[in-house]
Design a protein around this ligand. Structure first.
Ligand SMILES: *[C@@H]1O[C@H](CO)[C@@H](O)[C@H](O)[C@H]1NC(C)=O
Ligand SMILES: *[C@@H]1O[C@H](CO)[C@@H](O)[C@H](O)[C@H]1NC(C)=O
Ligand SMILES: *[C@@H]1O[C@H](CO)[C@@H](O)[C@H](O)[C@H]1NC(C)=O
Ligand SMILES: *[C@@H]1O[C@H](CO)[C@@H](O)[C@H](O)[C@H]1NC(C)=O
Length: 961
């Protein structure tokens, strides 16, 4: 479209003037290249087509004598678009670097044909498609090629191997498949071969030994299988070897013992067998050795002690046995050692402290004996991780443990350690995780624990600890996981626990704790589990927050505890009648809800009381309707009196256990078979946020009632009402009006006006006796939805869940948007839960949802609107599943537009009855709204303006082009 025109405009005068040698092709080539891309940060503003030479342009370097372009370096400039033919005009180009941009499309097959080119770096872009065979067919000087970190698929072309000048090939992190090109080892100039992180498979065949220049080979994270080639030892210059994460098997070839230059050997995550190769100790330059997650067995050889440059040794997840050789105390450079999950035996290798390692994992072996700390050790200032878990260590935890001033993780769980936890633990000021669980520790939890202020996870479960839980624990303000279960702890739960605002999981089960539970616990807003079962707690369970939905198993085994979760009512709290308060909120002045909405007193019949009461218990699933029915009848007169008494001063405050119904106007008596309100018969549908039911008020008005899915995270009444007020204010003729709501801690209903004519989804995708929406009708729906959304955004409400099943059509054919802003009503949902809630809206979800770091703004609705527009115009669903294909509507339309056949996308059921001058601009508008980049999407106010312009083609067409 626009770009083609631009390129044509640029080409035309140039062609006219290209009669002689005076004309410099480089300027034209670069300008055409620039015309094909988008340069949001205007980095190429110095590229001026009026210049005679491009040699002073940003990113361009010329040969000083010929003034022809030899180098183009445009890395990391946020450029996007296709790399077009313009570059082919640069006949003297030697170096092309476009890495770390957003270039898309498939690699241009002719780039490799620029005769002079030596280096091509297109890494870290969004190139897709396969590598064209032609790319390498005419290479003359090509030495380095990198297509790493793109989305390129298909095989590595065989033609690559004809490019005998190649020294470096980097195709890592793509989706390449197939096997290695047959003649790949004929590229004898190769120094670097990186094909890592693809889907390549097959065997790595012999012949690699010919590559006597090879310094680095990385075939990691592919699907190669079979043995390593025996002749690999011929690559005498190899420094870096990475065959990790494949399915390679057999023994490691002995010829590798010749690779004296090797600094890095990574074979982890394969199926290799056999013993630890003895020759590893002869490769004196080794710095990193990773053999983990294989099937190696036998002993770790003494010769490892020769490796004075060794920094990292990872052997975890094999079947190595015997002790770690004491010769390793000569590995002076060692900082990381992971030998966990083997069958190693012997005493604790205390040399790890003398050498000053930073990370030590020896868990899951059979080490035994006591843990001794040397008086002075290099590790006291260096050790960050010490994991000794699941061995057979005995004796006490040494007092000197407090000397490890940088320790972040200390895990000694699953041993046979005895004695008390040393008070010096409080000196571990950097510690995040302390796990001493599953030992035989006794004594009490040291008060000094409160000094470990960065502690996030404290696990002391399954020991013999006694005494009280120290109040000081309340100072560990980062704590999110606390497990003290299965000990002999006694005394009360300190109220200071309520100060741990980040706490998520608490397990205190199977102790002798007693006393009542601090009320403040309900303030802990991140709690996901709180297990106090099998103790001697007494009194009332806290009410509110997490505790409304606490599972009974988390509180069982405390005979003196009362509350609904333990199914044991508290003596002080008698069942009360259902009290319905006509006022919106007891603590806000009348009229604050909405100044122009008249509020009426509500008279409720027995039937509606039962209906709503029943709904509460449907949600709770505890008591049967009959019991409630009797209960309500007996208290009926009282309820009605308290309601008709009316005035603000007299009305009882809403009771936390029962609900509060508020209608913003009109009557509130439900007549649709009261008992069956919220029953399957009245159900209209279900969405990510809950089921919708239809019922009729006594004044004849129909309403739709939405029951919010009860999540374990209930919002407080105040917060809920604050959000409701926001939604209620957003009245607009293109929004489904919110008429009222009902609130209890366990059940929330939203009462909406009932829209008779069904959803847009039904009209578009469920054939209503062949009645297909006319073009005019579709246009109206698009415009109406745009106005509704624009209004929501003006009221600072984000919809979050726009889709055709949430756009309703009223009896006069107007669009009304429903289900807006509900995310705010469900509390504490993080982005992740939100996106999983609205997964049903597949295809409408803006790409930024996937990215936790991007802020979600109203632009996500604009994206959904764009998709909705395309859906309305094409009559196709946003994502359609074919036999073995998935068609994404916006991609399909975008492609059709590029190919100039977008008219074919318009709904065939219209039989051509639509004005093209409206349809095409609307499609383009839809595509712009559905841009990947939020800032490229217009705001809804602009969209409404544009739509109104499209309506009058004579006035506003050009603006959209
Ligand atoms: C590519 O585009 C995305 C937005 O789509 C942007 O966040 C990213 O920074 C861009 N990358 C580069 C390297 O310019
Ligand atoms: C291959 O390219 C990627 C991405 O630019 C880079 O991270 C990696 O280090 C390169 N591989 C080699 C062996 O240089
Ligand atoms: C090999 O490639 C993988 C994935 O691209 C990378 O993570 C790894 O660090 C590379 N190995 C070496 C030794 O550079
Ligand atoms: C909780 O923290 C506050 C503020 O840091 C402090 O004043 C209060 O004493 C603490 N409560 C308990 C029970 O320790």
């Amino acid at each position: 479209m626009l770009l083609d025109i631009l390129i044509l405009l640029l080409l035309a005068p140039a062609l006219v003037g290209s009669s002689g040698e005076t004309f410099n092709d480089d300027v034209l080539g670069l300008i055409v290249f620039k015309a094909g891309i988008s340069d949001p940060e205007s980095k190429l503003s110095s590229w001026n087509e009026d210049d005679d030479t491009p040699c002073n342009w940003f990113g361009v370097k010329c040969d000083p004598t010929s003034s022809r372009v030899t180098e183009l370096s445009l890395s990391s400039l946020s450029l996007s678009g296709h790399i077009n033919k313009g570059l082919l005009r640069l006949q003297f180009l030697r170096t092309l670097s476009l890495s770390n941009n957003n270039f898309s499309g498939s690699p241009n097959p002719n780039l490799g044909n620029i005769k002079t080119i030596q280096t091509i770096d297109l890494s870290r872009n969004k190139l897709s498609g396969s590598i064209p065979d032609e790319f390498f067919q005419q290479c003359v000087f090509l030495r380095e090629i990198s297509l790493a970190q793109n989305e390129i698929s298909g095989p590595v072309p065989e033609s690559l191997t004809s490019c005998s000048t190649l020294e470096s090939v980097n195709f890592s992190s793509n989706q390449l498949s197939g096997s290695l090109p047959t003649h790949i080892w004929s590229l004898t100039e190769l120094r670097v071969l990186d094909l890592s992180n693809n889907f390549l498979g097959g065997q790595i065949f012999e012949g690699v030994g010919n590559l006597y220049n090879l310094q680095e080979i990385n075939l990691s994270s592919n699907r190669f299988y079979g043995n390593l080639p025996e002749d690999i030892g011929g690559c005498l210059l190899l420094e870096t070897i990475d065959f990790s994460v494949n399915s390679l098997s057999g023994n490691i070839p002995a010829s590798m013992g010749n690779l004296n230059m090797c600094t890095r050997l990574d074979l982890h995550g394969n199926l290799f067998t056999g013993e630890f190769p003895l020759w590893v100790g002869e490769l004196r330059n080794l710095e990193i050795v990773d053999l983990s997650l294989n099937r190696f067995s036998g002993r770790v050889p003494n010769s490892l002690g020769n490796l004075q440059l060794l920094k990292e040794l990872k052997l975890f997840g094999n079947q190595f046995s015997g002790g770690l050789p004491s010769s390793m105390r000569n590995c002076f450079s060692l900082t990381i050692m992971d030998v966990s999950q083997n069958e190693l035996t012997g005493n604790f290798p205390s040399w790890v402290f003398e050498l000053g390692l930073s990370f030590v994992w020896i868990s899951g072996n059979k080490f035994s004996g006591s843990i001794e700390l040397p008086p002075i050790a290099a590790s006291y200032q260096k050790l960050q991780v010490l994991d000794l878990s699941r061995n057979a260590f005995s004796g006490g935890i040494p007092e000197g443990v407090g000397n490890f001033s940088c320790l972040q993780l200390l895990n000694m769980s699953g041993n046979s350690l005895e004695g008390a936890i040393p008070a010096s633990i409080g000196e571990l000021k950097s510690m995040d995780v302390l796990d001493l669980s599953n030992n035989r520790l006794n004594g009490s939890i040291p008060l000094e624990i409160g000094e470990a202020v960065l502690l996030q996870e404290l696990r002391l479960e399954n020991n013999f600890l006694s005494g009280k839980i120290p109040t000081q624990i309340g100072k560990c303000s980062s704590l999110s996981y606390l497990d003290l279960s299965k000990n002999n702890l006694s005394g009360p739960l300190p109220a200071a626990i309520a100060n741990l605002t980040n706490i998520q999981d608490v397990d205190l089960s199977f102790n002798n704790l007693s006393g009542s539970l601090p009320k403040e616990l309900t303030n802990l807003s991140h709690l996901t589990s709180f297990n106090i079962s099998h103790n001697h707690f007494e009194g009332e369970l806290p009410l509110g927050g997490f505790f409304n939905t606490i599972p009974p198993s988390s509180v069982s085994g405390n005979p003196s505890l009362c509350g609904s979760a333990v199914n044991h009512s508290c003596p002080s709290v008698h069942p009360k009648p259902i009290v319905l308060n006509p006022n919106s909120s007891s603590n806000s002045p009348p009229g604050s809800l909405s100044s122009n909405v008249h509020r009426k007193k509500i008279i409720l019949s027995i039937s509606s009381l039962i209906a709503i009461g029943a709904a509460v218990f449907i949600a709770l699933g505890v008591v049967t309707i009959t019991i409630l029915n009797i209960h309500v009848r007996s208290n009926m007169s009282q309820a009605v009196i308290s309601l008709s008494a009316g005035g603000d001063s007299h009305s009882p405050s809403p009771d936390a256990n029962y609900g509060k119904l508020v209608m913003f106007s009109g009557d509130a008596e439900f007549v649709c078979g009261a008992n069956s309100l919220l029953s399957k018969d009245c159900e209209l549908g279900r969405g990510g946020f809950g089921a919708v039911y239809r019922t009729t008020l006594r004044d004849g008005r129909s309403v739709a009632i939405k029951k919010l899915t009860v999540s374990s995270l209930v919002k407080s009444q105040d917060e809920f009402e604050r959000e409701i007020r926001q939604l209620e204010k957003a009245r607009h003729s293109n929004l489904v009006a919110l008429e009222g709501y009902y609130w209890t801690p366990s059940l929330q209903l939203l009462i909406y006006e009932y829209i008779s004519n069904g959803s847009l989804y039904r009209h578009l995708h469920e054939d209503l006796e062949g009645n297909c929406l006319s073009w005019n009708h579709r246009f109206n729906v698009i415009l109406g939805s745009a106005k509704g959304l624009a209004h929501l955004h003006q009221m600072k409400v984000i919809h979050y869940n726009l889709k055709s099943s949430n756009v309703l059509i009223d009896s006069s054919g107007e669009a009304k948007i429903g289900d807006y802003g509900l995310v705010k009503l469900l509390p504490m949902l993080d982005r992740y839960v939100v996106s999983s809630k609205i997964q049903s809206a597949l295809g409408y979800v803006a790409p930024e949802f996937a990215c936790r770091t991007v802020k979600i703004t109203e632009k996500c609705d604009v994206y959904g609107f764009g998709v909705l527009v395309l859906e309305i115009v094409t009559g196709k669903k946003p994502v359609e599943y074919m036999e073995d294909d998935v068609v994404v509507l916006s991609d399909m339309v975008r492609a059709a537009l590029d190919e100039g056949r977008v008219e074919e996308c318009i709904d065939r059921r219209l039989h051509g009855n639509f004005p093209v001058e409206e349809a095409i601009p609307i499609i383009k508008l839809g595509l712009i709204c559905a841009s990947q980049v939020p800032s490229n999407r217009p705001d809804m106010g602009e969209v409404v303006n544009i739509l109104e312009l499209i309506r009058c083609p004579s006035e506003g067409q050009e603006e959209l082009e």
